[in-house]
Ligand binder design. Sequence first.
Ligand code: SF4
Ligand code: SF4
Ligand code: SF4
Length: 360
Amino acid sequence: MNRRKFLTFLGASGVASALATAKVAKATPHVFPYYADSYGVLHDTTRCIGCRRCEAACQEINHLPKPEKPFTDLSVCDKPRRLTAYAWTVVNKYQVNGQPFFRKLQCFHCNDPACMAACFTKCYTKLPDGAVYYDGSQCVGCRYCMVACPFYVPGFQYDLAWDPLIQKCTFCEDTRLKKHQLPACVEACPVDALTFGRRSDLIKIARQRINENPGQYVNYVYGETDAGGTAWMVLAPAAGADPGPVDDIEVTGKQLKQLGLDTELGNQPMAEFTYGALGAVPMIVAFWPVLFGGAYAITKRREAMHKAEADAAAQKARENVKAAVAAAVRKIEETEGPAAAERARAAMTDALKAAEGEEK
Ligand code: SF4
Ligand code: SF4
Ligand code: SF4
């Protein structure tokens, strides 16, 4: 194991004991806890050689299917690829001021994740070690997390007819972090383009690299504050632009964009927007798992059974959903009045129709 990769992870009495004392600070108005001692990864794109060993390591540790073209075929990096349910990390080549650079994509493990805020059935958890963990046991397949994620990370198992789930980078939480091992991709990187450590230390290291290597980097650590801050962060090349400590926000933005990074996210957690939107319809939110679960059950049962049985089962599920809607409307009427109840009823009916229509 390499010291530069390992940073503060090493020698300590282990992640578990470190995290047991993790300081929890309130970072956002909706008081989502920010784990100050959490871990992260710094991706230095000036070091990355596009070898795809991180991709291969990820596939192996997570038993993901082999891609169409082998990991030794580096030409696939030329065309920007998206993450999928079966490719939790990909390395793409970008032209920054006419010079080629590679960037690894995976879940950013946001400090205050939008995916988590959007999930009605609470499949996502931000863990004190920094990982954003997805547990599919309650997943109804609504794909709201996919819509909410500003980085287009969660992938859906579209190919599975029965119980498709969301899939994404786990930060190697179960497979490695818990055993005090580095994420597989970090360990596999031959050129230290990926550095694992406490997030707070990684920010200091990033700043140090920027200051000590004028001409190499733009003066920006992507993910330090973007989208409210992320566990995985990126250092971008100067590549001919005014480098180092020179602060030129326009130049920096251009470089980041050329590296495929979204510079429009702002510094507020994306989750706040989601919480805000959900807060406007609290009763619908409260009943949504039942409703959407019902719609999902209707279509799944239809697929799984012979027609007569399927129709009967679907009818039963429909009645359950109708009863849930009626209960929700009654509750809203009691607490917020008839006009609000009517609006909620219309919204729920539309949502159910849309959900059923999409599944058909
Ligand atoms: S919002 Fe997207 S990038 Fe952030 S933790 Fe969720 S899936 Fe990962
Ligand atoms: S942290 Fe683990 S799951 Fe995530 S990209 Fe790296 S190897 Fe894959
Ligand atoms: S293993 Fe390291 S150098 Fe190779 S593509 Fe991945 S991040 Fe880049």
